[in-house]
Design a protein around this ligand. Structure first.
Ligand code: SF4
Length: 327
């Protein structure tokens, strides 16, 4: 089965309808076991030091994987993507652009999806069948999320894993569904977790390895993973265009904030970790997040794939202690 890589969540239904094996390049970079080395490899190949680690990791991961075709999201994701596309197409990789319209216009989004469908030679009937199949799995991931915040049966890291993996269903929807089913069976026998502090994690997924277990070791647990949940398509939508219009990540921060405000309230969150990636333009959004959220916020910056450093651990401990003092 031909593999097709992508740089961020795209309408996965199109790739599944086309019989491609979807590969989220972020996921193979961060879980491949060589992420630190891959960032260094990209720097040796010529990527500047002051470019985001995810971009360097995606570059090295696609080169190492032998994947020869990728969909690159040119609008609604990352300001570095166009340059990354250019470098990769120079190196012989077929790059298919996809854009989320900034204004969330339904007609423009439909035109983009249909352009992708033409490239992969699939029709709406096949795409809608793929949506039905994927929606069945997404409902199970939604249940894992509910069990995290409502029943306290799932750790922040487990919640992160299942939601972030649903961007490409780990390349094999059947296997991924079986993994989710097995996890749901295990969870059914658990006793509720008892961490005192409930946290929201907002921003791009962490490049840091051990954030979730560390937080749990200091009596705090992430009960809302904002972006990862979006990758899992959390809204039950019949229409594919509506599904990718409701998806908040590629649109403006205000659209994301509506979701963050709703979910942090519903999930009774005590504090927010806003993760920002070094050299990412999204760091600027921290100013807006701080103006719009009334909850205590800790802004955490990560650079390269690595465990938490001592300074960051101390900052996290201080933040959790402060939240305990308020409660
Ligand atoms: S963290 Fe920011 S700069 Fe890095 S890939 Fe994601 S959007 Fe781009």
């Amino acid at each position: 089965m031909q593999r097709t890589g992508f740089t961020t969540t795209i309408p996965l239904e199109v790739l599944i309808a086309a019989g491609r094996k979807p590969v989220d390049l972020n996921n193979i970079f961060i879980t491949g076991g060589r992420s630190r080395q891959q960032v260094e490899d990209a720097e040796l190949a010529g990527f500047p030091r002051n470019v985001c680690g995810w971009i360097k990791g995606i570059y090295a991961a696609i080169r190492e994987s032998g994947i020869s075709e990728m969909v690159a999201v040119t609008e609604g994701d990352c300001s570095y993507t166009k340059a990354l596309m250019e470098v990769l197409s120079l190196e012989g990789i077929t790059v298919i652009p996809f854009a989320y319209p900034h204004d969330r216009d339904a007609a423009s989004l439909k035109a983009e999806i249909e352009k992708l469908m033409r490239h992969f030679a699939v029709e709406w009937a096949e795409v809608n069948r793929a949506k039905e199949r994927l929606d069945g799995i997404r409902r199970k991931i939604r249940e894992i999320d509910r069990l995290t915040w409502q029943e306290n049966l799932v750790s922040g890291g487990e919640n992160h894993y299942f939601q972030v993996s649903s961007s490409d269903m780990n390349g094999d929807p059947d296997l991924f569904e079986a993994e989710a089913d097995a996890f749901l069976r295990v969870v059914a026998d658990r006793k509720p977790r008892t961490e005192r502090i409930r946290l929201a994690y907002i921003g791009v997924p962490p490049i840091i390895a051990d954030l979730y277990p560390f937080l749990e070791s200091i009596d705090a647990r992430v009960v809302f993973n904002e972006t990862q949940r979006q990758f899992a398509m959390p809204y039950e939508t019949v229409d594919l265009i509506e599904q990718y219009r409701s998806y908040t990540y590629p649109y403006d921060i205000f659209h994301r904030l509506d979701d963050i405000l709703t979910e942090t309230g519903k999930r009774k969150v005590d504090g927010v970790i806003h993760y920002v990636q070094s050299f990412c333009f999204r760091q600027i959004e921290d100013m807006i997040v701080r103006k719009k959220l009334s909850l205590p916020i800790l802004t955490l910056e990560g650079d390269k794939p690595a465990p938490l450093d001592e300074r960051t651990r101390i900052r996290l401990e201080g933040f959790v202690e402060m939240l305990e003092g308020r409660g």
